[in-house]
Design a protein around this ligand. Structure first.
Ligand SMILES: Cc1cc2nc3c(=O)[nH]c(=O)nc-3n(C[C@H](O)[C@H](O)[C@H](O)COP(=O)(O)OP(=O)(O)OC[C@H]3O[C@@H](n4cnc5c(N)ncnc54)[C@H](O)[C@@H]3O)c2cc1C
Length: 399
């Protein structure tokens, strides 16, 4: 991949921003293995927005930076190489572009400025207890009552609902022969009477997920995005953007470089350091090669040069690669040094004095990355999408 002089200058400008203007204490917290608070994320996003660099995938007329796909890619790469936290995706990456594309001017004026200023956090209410992979079977109902809809049902695995000010939900407004029809997308204020958030603690000990109950929740009809009954279309436009956003190429590159650096400081099983262990070194090299392939695929998707099913193939590749990198870290930590601790507190390292400095955050990542097989559409479902696309292409070729 060759960058033009302008693109190189752009990347250098972004790099300089993270080194000089971005809040350095947030980078220091992450280097210390700490978990960021909501306030830290808000400060991080506000620093990006002050440069006009938050609404990365948004059209310029709604406050997006008007970047080319390559610039957007370079920005995300530099953010991750600098060790800055990713933009929390639910508002900025997922629903923001949908409101830009399908929202009314009133909705755009009401929601978009608060998203860009990080005054409002959002959650994504798609999955339900009986509807995950088979999302179109969802049952949460929205019944029209005058100027409002009344929402009833349960959403589950809702990331960040305990932080969120708003939630965008897929709801059933009509029963139709085809289950994908009759689904609508509606946004609810999380302070509405009748909404209850129940925490779900994940295997790494963190609280990201929730079950959200809606009991006769009254939501203004003007909060519906686009047309009633067309929610499945908006949901899928959103899911494509979501699946590409998992790539995190810069973060993986930084992790692999750090992995090599740390491996070179640890004794190998037989001689030399861990970095010289042939099997370990081979796995690291293969991960780096796969990352190069992923990087090119991401660029193809961002430049609109890839078939739609490529997003699904990419999601599988990114998932496998993310998990392989966390496995390599755990291998480096060694079984007896794997440890779990509450990293929301400054003195968390003192609670696990026997653990290598990297072991606790890397163990937490290892445990949490298991979930990437599932969220945003499970791996088996992505494989089915890829297979169907290949089958259609084969059929077209043989005609
Ligand atoms: C960390 C995390 C964060 C999440 N965040 C959110 C969020 O913010 N908002 C939200 O709405 N949802 C969220 N989810 C939910 C996620 O989208 C669902 O978990 C996912 O769609 C799978 O649904 P399920 O859990 O019901 O599993 P199921 O659909 O029950 O699947 C269970 C297993 O069966 C397999 N399977 C199912 N159907 C098929 C089939 N037809 N063919 C082959 N295999 C099949 C699946 O691949 C999977 O391995 C999150 C999940 C996780 C783990």
């Amino acid at each position: 991949m060759t960058l033009s002089p302008d693109e190189q200058a752009f990347a250098a400008d972004v790099r300089r921003f993270f080194a000089e203007e971005y809040p350095q204490d947030i980078l220091a917290l992450l280097r210390d293995g700490r978990k960021l608070s909501r306030a830290d994320h808000v400060r991080s996003q506000q620093a990006l927005n002050a440069k006009g660099w938050l609404g990365v995938g948004w059209p310029a007329e709604h406050g997006g930076p008007g970047w080319t796909p390559v610039q957007r890619y370079l920005f995300e790469q530099e953010l991750e190489l600098a060790g800055a936290p990713s933009i929390i995706p639910m508002a900025v990456v997922y629903i923001g572009p949908i409101i830009c594309a399908f929202g009314t001017p009133e909705q755009q004026a009401h929601w978009l400025p608060d998203i860009l200023e990080s005054r409002a956090m959002w959650a994504q209410g798609y999955s339900e207890p009986e509807s995950g992979s088979d999302l179109a079977s969802l049952r949460m109902s929205a019944v029209r009552d005058g100027d409002d809809y009344i929402l009833d049902g349960t959403k589950i695995w809702t990331s960040g609902a305990h932080w969120a000010d708003w939630i965008f939900c897929l709801v059933r407004t009509e029963k139709c022969p085809r289950k994908q029809d009759g689904i609508s997308m509606i946004c609810a204020d999380m302070r509405s009477p009748g909404i209850t958030v129940h925490p779900i603690i994940t295997i790494d000990g963190s609280h990201e997920l929730n079950r959200v109950e809606f009991d006769q929740v009254r939501v203004p009809a003007k909060n519906m995005i686009g047309e009633a009954g067309k929610g499945w279309h908006y949901a899928n436009v959103l899911l494509s953007a979501e699946r590409v956003s998992y790539a995190h190429v810069g973060r993986k590159r930084a992790d692999l470089a750090e992995l090599r650096r740390v491996a070179a400081t640890l004794p190998g099983a037989f001689a030399g350091t861990m970095a010289d262990e042939p099997l370990f070194a081979r796995r690291v090299a293969l991960a780096e090669l796969r990352l190069d392939a992923v990087e090119l695929s991401v660029l193809r998707v961002l430049c609109g040069e890839a078939a739609p099913a490529a997003v699904s193939a990419l999601k599988i590749a990114c998932t496998e690669l993310a998990q392989e990198i966390t496995e390599l870290w755990v291998e480096l930590a060694g079984g007896d040094r794997i440890a779990v601790a509450d990293r929301s507190q400054p003195g968390w390292r003192d609670t696990v004095p026997e653990a290598a400095p990297f072991a606790v955050p890397r163990t937490a990542s290892y445990l949490f990355e298991r979930a990437q097989t599932i969220y945003g559409g499970a791996t088996e479902i992505q494989k089915t999408i890829v297979w169907r696309a290949l089958d259609r292409a084969n059929a077209a070729l043989s005609r």
